[in-house]
Design a binder for this molecule. Structure first.
Ligand SMILES: Nc1nc2c(ncn2[C@@H]2O[C@H](COP(=O)(O)OP(=O)(O)OP(=O)(O)O)[C@@H](O)[C@H]2O)c(=O)[nH]1
Ligand SMILES: [Mg+2]
Ligand SMILES: [Zn+2]
Length: 291
């Protein structure tokens, strides 16, 4: 038996698949974890006691986690690639803004990936996000345009790919890996069937270092820990104006003399981003009327 460091890439039916310098080990978790109420997660950095002949072993220890995402359940994510298509389906900017906010909330770097630029350039939308200061890529999984740029951004990061169904997350990942690792599917009919082409979360190792995670497209996020007054901090381009706002309890939605609203009028903050902000505040207020 040999002690090895590795990363859990997949968990299925009580087995954990751990990527190590000596290859992939199929492991069981040590019984003690269950007693302690600890479930190893995809993304965990672990110590394995492994048998190199059979490539099987046990997960013996889990390193402290830097963060944990609930949906998908993944640990130690460093970057969220928020994928949005310029066309087919048309961009859902509220979902995009919510995904960005959830990345900011989890202190994960957002990377906005505009896919399907072969169908539509999408410049009107893209410029909003560039101006707001986000790392933004124009891509096409169909033609392979800018995939090398995407590879550079993914190097040595643990990147989760998020975005609604049909935007091309799996297609982009297949391009990055230069093989058909992930199942893709046609856009039409998905909603009717009520299911996604991608159904579980799994880390894939990148040849140059780093991991990527495909996720089933999702349209809802867990903001249950978030209060309305925390939302403004999740819209990074508001920051310089929030500090200047003279009202301590300003919601930055309707108040006269609000610096954020002033910046909005002057075009320093985009109308569309501020609308998403107001909608998110409203959504959280409705979910938590006591706040
Ligand atoms: N024209 C064009 N079509 C694309 C592009 N990328 C993906 N597609 C197509 O869009 C459809 C959906 O792609 P998927 O990669 O399965 O989308 P997904 O985001 O993984 O979807 P879920 O797994 O359901 O969340 C497929 O038919 C792809 O061929 C692109 O850049 N341009
Ligand atoms: Mg997919
Ligand atoms: Zn204000």
């Amino acid at each position: 038996m040999k002690q090895l460091q590795g990363r859990i890439t997949k968990g299925i039916g009580g087995f954990y698949y751990v990527d190590t310098a000596e290859g992939m080990f199929e492991c069981r978790a040590r019984g003690i974890f269950r007693k302690e109420g600890l479930t190893p997660l995809v993304g965990d950095v672990v110590t394995v006691l492994g048998d190199v002949e059979s490539m099987t072993g046990t997960v013996d220890a889990v390193e402290p986690r830097k963060n944990v995402l609930i949906r998908p359940p993944v640990a130690n994510v460093t970057q969220m690639a928020v994928v949005v298509s310029t066309s087919n389906p048309a961009p859902n900017l509220y979902l995009l803004d919510k995904l960005i906010a959830s990345a900011e909330y989890a202190q994960i770097q957002p990377l906005i990936c505009w896919n399907k630029t072969d169908l539509d350039e999408g410049s009107v939308y893209i410029e909003i996000y560039e101006k707001a200061g986000f790392d933004t890529l124009r891509l096409s999984a169909e033609t392979g345009w800018n995939i090398s740029q995407l590879r550079k951004k993914l190097k040595d990061q643990v990147t989760v790919f998020a975005g609604n169904s049909g935007v091309g997350k799996s297609s982009l990942l297949n391009q990055v890996l230069e093989k058909e690792s992930f199942e893709t599917g046609a856009v039409s009919g998905r909603v009717d069937r009520g299911r996604h082409t991608t159904r579980h979360s799994e880390l894939a190792a990148l040849p140059g270092g780093g991991y990527i995670i495909d996720t089933p497209g999702f349209g809802t996020l867990d903001f249950s820990l978030l209060n309305p007054q925390d939302c403004a901090a999740l819209f990074r381009e508001f920051a310089p104006f929030i500090d200047g706002c003279q009202f301590r309890d300003c919601s930055h939605t309707v108040e006269k003399g609000c610096c954020v609203l002033e910046a909005l009028r002057e075009g320093k903050i985009s109308q569309q981003r501020h609308e998403s902000y107001c909608r998110l505040v409203q959504e959280i207020r409705e979910a938590k009327p006591w706040k």
